[in-house]
Design a protein around this ligand. Structure first.
Ligand code: UD1
Ligand code: CA
Length: 455
């Protein structure tokens, strides 16, 4: 059976007051519409068709080529009109799942419930409904005397009697394609908003004597549609909570979930402890037995097992097992730390590799360097990697000991087991097993006594 999801995402989202179309705004680090496409993919749809229009380029740019298909709605004349634009793409399919792009809390289990109900009931159309405390703004589900589907009435078209109904239309439907598109051809825009409503399909099918079902479930959170930034923050809070709870159930300790922000794609293994004030973003993967935070932000990085990270910023870096980072360290893109590396306070590392057991414990800048195993970098050491035009490489071979406050003027290479004297500015390569000192000899002169008359 050909089964496709059609996601309506052509609207502007006026209430967002944004230059960007609503569905590209990020919730828990992921664009709203991507939350929806991810949920659809999890229930095994073969294809996903996104109906785009307003700011369509920004929506299309969210997806790698070929991952989803696009149908264009040039003018936004309503949800029914939006679905019509997908007919060319899905007209030959059997069943479609129709969703909106602004429901980032949608979960696969809810969709699966709708799909199963639709299949088992043999309906031509099934709408997912739920009951909410405050139905304001939603389409209300009107049932007939026998409790079956009668109509969906939008807020703006609702009578006082309709308005008190708390069972609402989620905006999610399972539709048999042939029936849906023939009904769609018959809808009009004669309503308070002058729009073509997708909901009218159901009423037409019902009037034709076809089987239209309501699948009602407790899905208040899942169907939550975001229309403005206040609602977006509420969705964010729910998604954060869900992510933290899923991690905790899987063996991660989170000391203060309210001050811990973890993006949906992040993976963390068991027995890792997350301390307060920590933000973990993007496609970060963290191993087991780590202690992360407090006050740490990690973006798109890979962290091994038993790593300690305190009050630090880590971005697009790789940290091996048993490393110790911080407090107040800054790992920048392409920092690669092998097992047991120590990066201490006020140390910045950029595009550099540090071999097993090497240490930069205090106050250093290491950029464009290849550091071997068991290297000790003394306090205050910096690589002078930039001459104003080009970046140059520093190589510290295994067992090197860099004295405190050394300037390593790149390109430069220090051979195996060599040592630099504290305070040296090293501009030339140092062979293996050598002590390199670049320092004026100390003179001890007699101190002039205070207030002595100048001659
Ligand atoms: C819609 C439903 C309402 C339901 C609610 C659930 C209709 C007529 N009403 O109302 O019954 O309770 O969703 O959240 O369907 N879109 C387009 N093109 C358009 C108009 C909208 O692609 O011309 C897209 C929007 O980008 C959005 C989705 O369709 O992702 C829903 O549109 P929106 O205007 O938010 O519908 P609601 O008024 O919320
Ligand atoms: Ca909406």
């Amino acid at each position: 059976m050909k089964f496709t999801a059609v996601i309506l995402a052509a609207g502007k989202g006026v209430r967002m007051r944004s230059q960007l179309p609503k569905v590209v705004h990020r919730v828990a680090g992921k664009p709203m519409v991507v939350h929806v496409t991810d949920a659809a993919r999890q229930v095994g749809v073969e294809r996903i068709v996104l109906v785009v229009g307003h700011g369509r380029q920004a929506v299309e740019d969210l997806f790698a080529p070929g991952v989803v298909e696009f149908a264009v709605q040039e003018e936004q004349l309503g949800t029914g009109h939006a679905l019509m634009q997908a007919q060319e793409k899905v007209g030959q399919d059997e069943t479609i799942l129709v969703l909106a792009g602004d429901t980032p809390l949608l979960q696969a289990a809810t969709l699966q419930g709708l799909i199963d109900y639709h299949r088992e009931s043999g309906a031509v159309a099934t709408v997912l409904s739920t009951e909410v405390e405050d139905p304001y703004g939603y389409g209300r589900i009107i049932r007939d005397a026998s409790g079956s589907f009668k109509a969906i009435v939008e807020e703006k078209d609702a009578s006082e009697a309709d308005k008190i109904i708390r069972e609402i239309n989620s905006g999610m439907y399972c539709l048999q394609v042939q029936d849906a598109f023939s009904a769609l051809a018959g809808i009009s825009a004669s309503n308070a908003q002058g729009e073509y409503y997708v909901t009218d399909i159901l009423q037409i099918l019902k009037d034709e004597g076809k089987k239209v079902e309501i699948f009602r479930m407790d899905a208040r959170e899942d169907i939550y549609g975001v229309n403005d930034r206040v609602q977006m923050a509420q969705a964010e809070e729910i998604l954060r909570r869900r992510k933290n709870e899923a991690l905790m159930r899987n063996g991660v300790s989170i000391i203060d979930p309210r001050s811990t922000f973890i993006d949906s794609e992040v993976e963390i293994a068991i027995d890792t402890i997350i301390y307060p004030g920590t933000i973990i973003e993007g496609r970060t993967v963290i191993g087991s037995g780590c202690e992360i935070g407090p006050g740490t932000r990690i973006t798109s990085s890979i962290i091994g097992n038993n790593v300690l990270i305190e009050n630090s910023r880590i971005k697009e870096a790789q940290v091996g097992d048993e490393c110790t980072i911080g407090p107040f360290a800054y790992l920048r893109p392409q920092a690669i730390l092998h097992r047991g590396v120590k990066v201490g306070d006020f140390v910045e590392i950029k595009k550099s590799t540090m071999g097993e057991g090497s240490k930069a414990p205090h106050l250093s800048y290491i950029g464009d360097a290849i550091v071997g195993k068991g290297v000790n970098i003394g306090a205050g050491t910096i690589t002078c990697n930039y001459d104003g035009i080009n970046k140059w490489e520093t190589v510290l071979e295994d067992g090197v000991f860099i004295g405190s406050n050394t300037n390593l003027v790149a390109p430069v290479k220090i051979g195996t087991n060599s040592v630099t004297g504290a305070g040296s500015t090293i501009t030339r390569d140092v062979p293996a097993n050598t002590l390199a000192v670049e320092r004026a000899e100390q003179k001890n002169l007699k101190k002039r006594s205070k207030g002595a008359a100048k001659k």
